[in-house]
Ligand binder design. Sequence first.
Ligand code: AHR
Length: 499
Amino acid sequence: MKYAIDPAKKLFRRDKMLYGHFIEHFHRQIYGGVYDPGNPLSDDMGFRTDVLEAMRAIEVPILRWPGGCFVSAYHWKNAVGPNRVPYFDKAWHVEEPCTFGTDEYIELCRRIGCEPYICTNAGTGNAEEMSDWVEYCNLKTEGIYAKQRIANGYPEPHNVKYWSIGNENWGDHEIGAKPASEWGRLVNESAKMMQRVDPEIELSAAALTDLDWNLNVLRSAGHRLKWISIHEYWDGIHQSNEFATYEQSIAYTDSLDRGIRKVRGLLSALEMENRIRIAFDEWNLRGWYHPDFNTYGRGLDRQKDILDPRDRNDDNYLYTMADTVFTACFLNTCNRNADIVGMANFAPIVNTRGCIYTHKDGIVLRGTYYVFYMYVKLLGDTILDLWTKEKEVLHPTDRWGRRRTVDAVDVLATLRNDGITAVSAINKDAENSRTISFAVPGAKKYRIHTLNGESCDSYNDIDVNGITLRTGEWTGCTEEISVTLEPHSVNVIEIETME
Ligand code: AHR
């Protein structure tokens, strides 16, 4: 297929928070994941230095915490200061030790070099508890909570700029679920109190692609919001853990922008599209495996039926080129909508379905990790206009036996600050190489970086390097560049042009 790229046609600049991440108090994301006191690989705060290094290498721009469902019964005051109060976490049916709380989280963000992004408890919590949290983090000395922070060893404010009100309070699976009418009022009252503490904070609120829910929260609280949060897990295997195959996973790529389009349309209809952006602050091809977490008690054994199955999320062979290719396709979708999508958070970053897997002696970087590495290191912030008159499609069968139609190749053109034109080119075809060509005015040499495995089912694990990132040599070229993309591969082509 032939594409045209005009480096002078700049569509928009993407926010670096498009490559954000999420971490929750679930299974081994925090405890035994990034926070592992006593492990020889951990630092003075108990953070795994190998995990910190991997997070810094992909320049994590923002890290959403502490949940997720976990947050909807979380009371932050139990987890600051010298007397931590362990409690039973009713979201995930385990005891939360509270040894990792707000101050540890802020310290983690500082050591990674990322923005903190705190999601508040709008389930059992209230406007006062949320605004007290802002006091603790952002007031210098005034009041009760700033003084507590100082007494806890943090004389300077944590300066948390990004806050979200609630997490999926629209769904019965969430503790403290609410009807749309109640949600709008709660968000407005909470936002009001939080911004009375610090008017500079940027607020989001839990939303989804439901018109009634979003209309209510935007009409009630839109004047106080800078963001609206949506989530999506395409392969909903929370209960079954039966992964969609490569072909079935590719079938999902025919609708990657559906949620963005629906929310964009509503923001435009309300004339809020220039003031409120989308925070896609949980996304992943795969749902997390945690069977029966919302139906527990029907004769189920907590350890055997509820907790032990979660260990299956750690099976690295499950995370193949399907996850890798899908992740790159979704990031391309976010880049193409970077005028309205300002933040996206891969859910989660460590363990569960994340891109970094930890074990007691080290880490495994799954295929999805290298997608972030390529996008952060090789693609530019400026999105260029790219077009083609041709169309090559695939007809994958989805997991319900329906035939879907998707583009065979997903291409995104960007311009880097160093003048390099960097093109992401994803070949979704499981069997066939695909050749693409593009004309770039003034092109003089290029090189291609390829992320791939021997097969669609390649994966990385301890002592298994099935998915690798290879960099080709610089090759002289004319303005017409033609490259052949391996089957099921993620590629970035760097193009140097004449001065
Ligand atoms: O499966 C994990 C959960 O998915 C997160 O806690 C929640 O935000 C989403 O429903």
